[in-house]
Write a protein that binds this ligand. Structure first.
Ligand code: ATP
Ligand code: MG
Length: 636
């Protein structure tokens, strides 16, 4: 990096000497308050913490209006890239006009502060406008990923008791329009007790059935609405959104986030971790607005920093596998933030694809969603980053609201595969089974020992589940559900979900470590491992691997491969970690946000009926894997 980093080393010192004072400063530096807060943290009713509680502010004004007032109306907020190739640039000035019209249109449908609005929308400019318009009037939004079924949508609408649903006629997916509105109709069929109106964004065109008295076209409602809307300030703890977790481990939880603390956290982390330079950066968070990554780092974090972002509607292989690199080249993207699953897909497709493009505008790369295997890290660094871009591996959750553990570019010496250090103001510990803090080089459970501003304020409608899920395993501390290792330098390595940890002959073995060992073999693009019940060892490791395209074209002897991979793991980790069996598969079961669902693989490995697949992206994957499993020859 040519320039001094935006985040400076003294941030760590400031936060360490006065954590709450530091967050108070962050709240004042990153957010405009209509009424200043007098207290940073109110912990009287822990674990129901309140941040900046007597302050008042408006989230939308912070994301949009104040930048226009500061003369930045002509700066591009979003470069939209549609899947069919259509593009549009929306300035902060345009966004300002749209959010005011949308706020008026939504209010005209009878929605006010506190009413929940479900958004079932793809990555469109209108989706961002709708989120901000809800925030402007104090109506919490709840996005449901547009790939979910009508049933999943219905459960979430019912749980949130939404009064309004905002959707689109359809989305462009893999080269063809896919209807969305019929799923909303199906979700509301038989009568929803709470939903009164449906606002429909026009995207794909074609016939749409509109229910008289209930359904309204978005563009018509906005055109009819007044162009100016006076925003009211809300309490800092005004609910901003409810977002259901991805459901990797079980039933999704409705995670509640509020305003002042959340905005402070995402603004500060976006600025520090992405080394934000709003005048010159073109930032691309290649996530879906329907996930927390989209909320915090497509919408709120970048907008609070007045950044210019890319908003991409489609998938990485439409119209072909070079789509991402065309976008980077054409728009001059400087920062790219994506998930390890996507990086491994790029590896599988081969490095000649990105190499056909000029990626020299990139200066910083980010990763989120799972641990990034060291091999994938090195590939990302070399092939995409040209060996010059730092990589920030950011550990966080829907529940944490924003990034928690990550390097700060220019300040932290990078280490492939490690998420590294807690952000300034964030306190983590690695503890043992009894909750004793472990010191030095060690392995255990990751806990957060102090509340933080972006933290969830609860599980919607279920205070008891909130206490039980996060605060009961280690009383007084937040249990993240992930295993972690701390190395001799003090860097944190995430080891996978605690529920997935394998126990072989009394040795606890991390899924992440075995998977990374497999991925470090030149023929393996992706791997998932699970512990399956074993009479002699307690659990035996069963591995599922996807091979790289390049390897398959070569002379690889596929019959010998499982044996080779087993010894490869034995050499890399230890003979204890050697998989009992290795199965080559074409696909792995993943949630719609791209996370491997190991519990389903465990069902297969233990020859059980496969459990709840409702959050799975493609349920036929499980049948294919089961068929392959029974056809596989036994291994020694
Ligand atoms: P559910 O809680 O419903 O099972 P989920 O945990 O997949 O779903 P998210 O909140 O989207 O829902 O994901 C957070 C989890 O993702 C973390 O707890 C962790 O397991 C994993 N994760 C995210 N980022 C990283 C990272 N950089 N390194 C390692 N793991 C990560
Ligand atoms: Mg989770």
């Amino acid at each position: 990096m040519a320039k001094d980093p935006v985040a400076t080393a003294d941030l760590y010192e400031r936060a360490a000497s006065d954590r709450l004072g530091f967050w108070g400063d962050m709240a004042r530096e990153n957010v405009d308050w209509d009424t200043e807060f007098t207290q940073v943290l109110d912990d009287a009713d822990a674990p129901f913490y309140r941040w900046f509680a007597d302050g008042r502010l408006n989230a939308c004004v912070n994301a949009v209006d104040r930048h226009v007032a500061a003369g930045l109306g002509d700066r591009v907020a979003f470069h939209f890239v549609g899947e069919p190739g259509d593009t549009a640039a929306m300035t902060y000035g345009d966004l300002h006009v749209q959010v005011q019209r949308a706020a008026n249109a939504i209010e005209a449908l009878g929605i006010g502060a506190g009413d929940r609005v479900v958004l079932y929308v793809p990555n469109l400019l209108e989706s961002v406008v709708a989120m901000l318009a809800c925030a402007r009037i104090g109506a919490p939004h709840s996005l449901v990923f547009s790939g979910f079924s009508s049933e999943a949508l219905r459960t979430r609408i019912d749980d949130a008791k939404a009064r309004l649903v905002i959707t689109a006629d359809g989305a462009n997916r893999r080269g063809a329009p896919a209807a969305l509105k019929p799923a909303v109709d199906a979700a509301l069929a038989g009568g929803s007790t709470s939903v009164e109106h449906v606002l429909v964004i026009r995207r794909t065109g074609g016939d749409v059935e509109m229910v008289e008295g209930r359904d309204v076209w978005w563009d018509e409602a906005l055109a009819a609405a007044p162009a100016s809307h006076e925003a009211q300030p809300f309490e800092s703890e005004q609910p901003l959104f409810i977002l259901y977790t991805s459901g990797t481990t079980g039933t999704p939880k409705g995670i509640l986030h509020t305003t002042g603390g959340y905005l402070t956290h995402v603004a500060a982390t976006a600025r520090h971790v992405f080394d934000a330079r709003p005048e010159t950066d073109v930032f691309w968070c290649a996530a879906d607005v329907g996930w927390v990554t989209g909320h915090s780092y497509i919408v709120y974090g970048p907008l609070l920093n007045a950044m210019t972002s890319v908003l991409y509607e489609g998938t990485p292989n439409t119209p072909d596998e070079s789509r991402f690199w065309q976008v980077v080249e054409t728009l001059g993207v400087t920062i790219l933030y994506t998930a390890p699953t996507t990086i491994r897909m790029f590896m599988k497709w081969g490095e000649q694809i990105p190499q056909g493009h000029d990626l020299s505008s990139l200066r910083l790369l980010g990763s989120v969603g799972e641990s990034i295997n060291p091999e994938a890290w090195r590939w990302y660094h070399r092939v995409i980053g040209g060996g010059r871009c730092p990589i920030v591996d950011t550990w966080w959750q829907t529940e944490t609201g924003g990034m928690m553990v990550s390097a700060l570019p220019g300040l932290t010496t990078l280490k492939p595969g490690s998420a590294q250090v807690p952000q300034p103001g964030i306190a983590v510990e690695v503890v043992d089974d009894e909750g004793n803090p472990l010191t030095g080089d060690t392995t255990g459970y990751l806990v957060l020992t102090e509340p933080w501003p972006g933290m969830l304020r609860g599980i919607w409608g279920d205070d008891e589940r909130y206490r039980k899920t996060y605060w009961s395993r280690f009383p007084g501390r937040y249990f993240a559900g992930d295993g972690a290792k701390r190395d001799a330098d003090g860097d944190i390595w995430l080891l996978g979900r605690v529920d997935d940890v394998m126990n072989v002959s009394g040795h606890r073995i991390s899924t992440t470590e075995v998977e990374s060992a497999l991925v470090s073999h030149p023929v393996v693009a992706e791997a998932a491992v699970v512990g399956a019940a074993d009479e002699t060892t307690g659990q035996g490791i069963v591995a599922f691997v996807i091979l790289r395209a390049e390897a398959l074209q070569g002379t690889q002897d596929l019959d010998a491969l499982p044996r080779q991979l087993r010894s490869h793991v034995a050499e890399h980790i230890s003979p204890i970690a050697k998989p009992r069996s290795v199965l080559v598969v074409e696909e792995l079961p993943k949630t719609r946000s791209g996370k491997i669902m190991r519990r389903l693989l465990r069902d297969i490995a233990e020859d059980r009926e496969v459990g709840d697949v409702s959050t799975l992206a493609d349920s036929s994957v499980m049948d294919k894997i089961s068929a392959g499993m029974s056809a596989a020859p036994p291994e020694d």
